[in-house]
Design a protein around this ligand. Structure first.
Ligand code: AMP
Length: 348
């Protein structure tokens, strides 16, 4: 495994890999790697000839007063994990390599050129963290420009980010195929995140309230609830019941536009952001709302909703039985997609 620090080295290596016909897999991260990151690496490993992982805590995507300074870092530990995972190249640039002009945390301290993906950047995470997605799009555009033609792997865990990157790659004509990968979870449902290490014992136990709220909301959608506000109220009540958590937003949105629809139909995404202690966590789950005909069959007992808990809270991937939209993927409801946290439905 070769560790690169300079952006010109990365560009040269990527070009020479492409010239010799290698399919390059790119996995951008901020480091402090866990099994979620490594699942992206594994997928890249199986689908590509050479895997490039990047580790960069990008100051531009952190707002003032956010956790840039205390974001967990362990580059040596990360390199060991990546070596074990069979990665070929790791790019660990300095801030100066990525931003040749001086840059402070946040887009207000940015250099003149940034990438703004309008619309989607303003919703949910974008509204809660002004400038965040401009920082994300800017750094990912730089990585795409350096690496060139590749498949780039991103987690469903950051679902809005995945949609934004896909949009950016398309709009800016990057020769990059953006691949969405399912969320890896702890046995109690908590989505793996580098930030989880900052939770105290009681906070860690409280943090699974996010996935609980999502699953309960998803079950309601699956049972035929079509009113976004009813689903959201359910999620809010669950988070309110956990004294260590404070909800920032919970929403039931169209999986493609992230807008709140009048009625929940087709691909739906339930999204949530909450603080547990001082740690801000986000999570989401995809579910396909049943059609009116399916709802009446559910009521008659002829259309089965399979038990969500057993399957959904497994830490390892479980095969979805029928038509669950992994909305992070290109198309809607693909039979047999793999996911560990999507709501399943099953014809009886
Ligand atoms: P980060 O280091 O948090 O910027 O994450 C780097 C990549 O890993 C992003 O594409 C994330 O969506 C993805 N990722 C983070 N957590 C998970 C998880 N629990 N399961 C799968 N992918 C994840």
């Amino acid at each position: 495994m070769q560790v690169l620090e300079r952006s010109d080295e990365l560009a040269e290596i990527a070009q020479s890999l492409q010239r010799s016909g290698n399919r390059v897999g790119l996995v951008p991260t901020m480091g402090f790697l866990h099994r979620g990151h490594l699942s992206l690496v594994e997928r890249a490993r199986t689908e590509c000839d050479s895997v490039v992982v990047t580790i960069f805590v990008n100051p531009l995507q952190f707002g003032e007063g956010e956790d840039f300074d205390v974001y967990p870092r362990d580059v040596q530990g990360d390199l060991t994990k990546l070596e074990d995972a069979g990665v070929d190249f790791v790019f660990v640039p300095t801030v100066e390599q990525m931003y040749p002009e001086p840059v402070a945390a946040g887009v207000s301290g940015a250099t003149a050129t940034t990438v703004l993906v309008r619309g989607i950047s303003e919703l949910w995470e974008g509204a809660s963290r002004p400038g965040h997605f401009e920082g994300v799009a800017t750094v990912v555009a730089k990585l795409f420009a350096l690496v060139g033609r590749c498949r780039a792997y991103f987690g469903d865990k950051d679902y809005q980010q995945l949609l934004l990157i896909r949009r950016m790659a398309r709009d800016l004509l990057f020769p990059v195929e953006v691949v969405g990968c399912s969320t890896i979870r702890e046995p109690d449902g908590l989505a793996l995140s580098s930030r989880n290490v900052r939770l105290s014992g009681p906070e860690r136990r409280a943090a699974c309230v996010l996935s609980r709220a999502l699953l309960d909301g998803a079950r309601d959608v699956q049972s035929g609830e079509t009113q976004p506000h009813s689903v959201v109220e359910k999620m809010q009540r669950i988070v309110l019941g956990e004294p260590l958590a404070s909800l920032e937003y919970a929403a039931a949105v169209d999986a493609w536009t992230l807008e709140v629809p009048e009625k929940l139909v087709g691909d739906v995404r339930l999204i949530i952001a909450a603080r547990v202690g001082s740690v801000r966590l986000i999570d989401n789950v995809g579910v396909i709302a049943p059609t009116t005909a399916e709802v009446s069959r559910i009521q008659q007992g002829t259309f089965g909703v399979c038990s969500v808990e057993d399957r959904e809270l497994e830490p390892v991937e479980a095969t979805v039985l029928v038509g669950v939209g992994q909305a992070g993927e290109q198309a809607s409801g693909v039979a047999g997609v793999k996911s560990n946290h999507q709501v399943n439905r099953q014809e009886r």
